[in-house]
Design a binder for this molecule. Sequence first.
Ligand SMILES: *[C@@H]1O[C@H](CO)[C@@H](O)[C@H](O)[C@H]1NC(C)=O
Ligand SMILES: *[C@@H]1O[C@H](CO)[C@@H](O)[C@H](O)[C@H]1NC(C)=O
Ligand SMILES: *[C@@H]1O[C@H](CO)[C@@H](O)[C@H](O)[C@H]1NC(C)=O
Ligand SMILES: *[C@@H]1O[C@H](CO)[C@@H](O)[C@H](O)[C@H]1NC(C)=O
Ligand SMILES: *[C@@H]1O[C@H](CO)[C@@H](O)[C@H](O)[C@H]1NC(C)=O
Ligand SMILES: *[C@@H]1O[C@H](CO)[C@@H](O)[C@H](O)[C@H]1NC(C)=O
Length: 355
Amino acid sequence: MRFPITWLSGLAALPVVLASWPMFYNTAELEVTPPFTNQEPDVHVETLFQFPNNGSWIDNLVVRSDGNLLLTRLDTPEVWLVNTTSGNATLVYSFPNVTSCFGISEIENDVFAVIVGNFSTKTFQPAAGSFSLQKLDFTNIPSSAEERQSENPSASEIAALPETVAPNGMATFSRASNLVLIADSPKGVIWKVNTKTGDYTVALNDTTMLPAKGQSLPLGVNSLTVLDDYVHYTSTTQMKYCRVKVDLDANPIGDFEVVASGFLPDNIEVTEDGTAYIPTGPQNSVVRITPLGQIALVAGGQISTEMPGPSSIRLSKGRQSLYVGTSGGQIAPVLGTFVEPAKVLIITLGGKGWR
Ligand SMILES: *[C@@H]1O[C@H](CO)[C@@H](O)[C@H](O)[C@H]1NC(C)=O
Ligand SMILES: *[C@@H]1O[C@H](CO)[C@@H](O)[C@H](O)[C@H]1NC(C)=O
Ligand SMILES: *[C@@H]1O[C@H](CO)[C@@H](O)[C@H](O)[C@H]1NC(C)=O
Ligand SMILES: *[C@@H]1O[C@H](CO)[C@@H](O)[C@H](O)[C@H]1NC(C)=O
Ligand SMILES: *[C@@H]1O[C@H](CO)[C@@H](O)[C@H](O)[C@H]1NC(C)=O
Ligand SMILES: *[C@@H]1O[C@H](CO)[C@@H](O)[C@H](O)[C@H]1NC(C)=O
């Protein structure tokens, strides 16, 4: 696709991020198109909650039916509940025998699937054969705040995932067929798992999902979401946001289309009208992308400390605002030096009330 000339002024900022990823990115191999300069007018950003310690890393978020958030952490095997009214956060579950949590998705009312496994946030190495899909069931937990804080959800294993290399983002494909889809970043495929039987197979496999050649961090397809009969996914080192039409079993029935490219996408959220919101990890921003592939900056920025390392994004229950989780900038400190503890931000769109 072609970019309007105004976006070219974003060029100057790009060498900063690429310079700060020398460990993982051979920049000569990356075809960089400068994506964003036009900041939206009515955007308000505030911190809802921040962890106390550097090294904390939010991997994924999910909004519960009561509007509160569950978040997973990469640096510890923990799931936290964030009260979106008060900003209070509480640990709800710590998985034994693993180091990290990845994608999280609601599979039945107040029952969540969580990917866990052994992974180093220092070397970015996944431990082969350590990954599994777990279930966190909140349905028997008292609804009052006081009681709830003292009760943990019950956990059980849905399936070991020994064939996966590093399962990462996850989305519920269909509750009726009990299918979740899981992006395997180094393997470059999307798996489907039946959460009732534990059976899993490759659902989607395309070259747009593979890690880019010449990059030492093998991070291909990162995250996905399902809207109508399309699976939308991000592919990080290929710098692509793509979509594909699928049938009721999540088999591809159309072309794998590149919607937009030229930035480093992490998670993805798509609204009913097809607008995508994507946090850009080491580019420290959230961008908005129309179904035709036009990109605009929503908040943050390459050299801004507003949101160092945004990793995950979800629309609020009222769909007026976005929650964004960060890594505190651990992969690529802002301007090469700035890191902070992980946090959850609220981005309010269009000057409307938030939450
Ligand atoms: C947050 O939780 C703590 C401990 O449960 C409580 O003392 C405090 O009042 C809560 N704060 C808000 C704003 O709800
Ligand atoms: C920890 O995981 C390993 C590898 O899957 C397994 O052999 C072992 O039984 C597990 N230990 C516990 C306490 O669950
Ligand atoms: C994770 O790593 C620890 C330490 O090496 C090991 O004891 C444990 O079995 C591993 N867990 C799994 C599920 O493989
Ligand atoms: C969230 O915080 C609000 C305000 O402190 C409180 O009224 C509410 O009960 C809390 N919700 C949960 C689920 O703890
Ligand atoms: C993905 O497709 C390619 C090309 O058909 C094939 O070589 C590869 O084995 C497939 N990967 C998986 C994990 O099925
Ligand atoms: C986090 O690390 C930065 C850079 O080293 C330091 O300036 C900051 O004080 C640290 N913050 C915390 C909460 O430890």
